[in-house]
Design a protein around this ligand. Structure first.
Ligand SMILES: C[S@@+](CC[C@H](N)C(=O)[O-])C[C@H]1O[C@@H](n2cnc3c(N)ncnc32)[C@H](O)[C@@H]1O
Length: 236
């Protein structure tokens, strides 16, 4: 079976020259954007669920930008002793019927920029954290929108756990690796990734069936809230 998915078109020839500057800025300047009320409410519901399910005693998995939540469902089945929370801002994607979400999984509609900050402020320490096929924002001018060019990067990394990024755009993963190293000192290789029998996400399936190469980075990170400038004042 084939799928047609356009290959990433970018005006970049290599990693963006401003990655290091953006990362340095994120490390120096607290993210001042106020947390949106709807994400605060969504987070409170997620926290109540997490605590009810024995959060703290059961390891947590975050599926950040989970889309329709297929990966959330699969991760919940694969790691059945974990609690899995899938977060996406798209109500449309989250509402598509893709079967029951397991009892150990929850889908949440929220903006990750705020959700991550609230999670860190609540002391959450995911055992695993997935960033599966984030929007690539391939134009050079869009660096700020890539997670490694965004001021929230230190928060993502501070949460800790096994962080796994997958993308069909090698440069995205290479830039993320540079940013990861700059913030944490961890050198994570950028590896080609060939999906096994089951695709973890619809985008993974679409890109693979279109014949595109996939790329992955995984890193084991300590929980390190001190990476984030002024975190406690910003979100509490
Ligand atoms: C390319 S899709 C990939 C979805 C899914 N991980 C997959 O592989 O099928 C990227 C997803 O990230 C979500 N997203 C992007 N920015 C977000 C943000 N700030 N907060 C929450 N979700 C976001 C989008 O709504 C979209 O569903």
């Amino acid at each position: 079976m084939h799928a047609t998915s356009r290959v990433i078109a970018t005006n970049q020839l290599g990693p963006h020259k401003d990655v290091a500057r953006r990362v340095a800025r994120a490390l120096d300047h607290p993210l001042r954007k106020p947390v949106a009320a709807h994400t605060r409410e969504a987070f409170e519901r997620a926290r109540a669920w997490y605590e009810q399910q024995g959060g703290g005693r059961r390891p947590l998995i975050l599926d950040a930008g989970c889309g329709v939540g297929l990966s959330t469902r699969q991760l919940a089945a694969r790691f059945d002793d974990h609690l899995v929370i899938g977060v996406d801002r798209s109500a449309d994607r989250l509402s598509r019927a893709h079967g029951e979400v397991g009892g150990n999984a929850l889908l949440v509609r929220a903006d990750l920029v705020d959700f991550w900050r609230l999670a860190l402020a609540s002391g959450w320490q995911p055992a695993r954290h997935y960033l599966l096929y984030p929007n690539p924002y391939p134009k050079s001018a869009h660096l700020k929108q890539r997670w490694h060019g965004h001021p929230v990067l230190p928060v993502i990394l501070a949460l800790g756990g096994r962080l796994e990024l997958r993308s069909n755009w090698r440069l995205y993963v290479e830039e993320f690796a540079l940013a990861l190293h700059q913030v944490t000192g961890v050198a994570a290789p950028v590896e080609p990734f060939v999906p096994g029998e089951r695709y973890l996400t619809p985008f993974e399936r679409k890109y693979h069936l279109s014949g595109q190469s996939l790329w992955r980075l995984a890193a084991d990170l300590p929980h390190a809230p001190q990476l984030v400038p002024g975190v406690s004042q910003e979100v509490n």
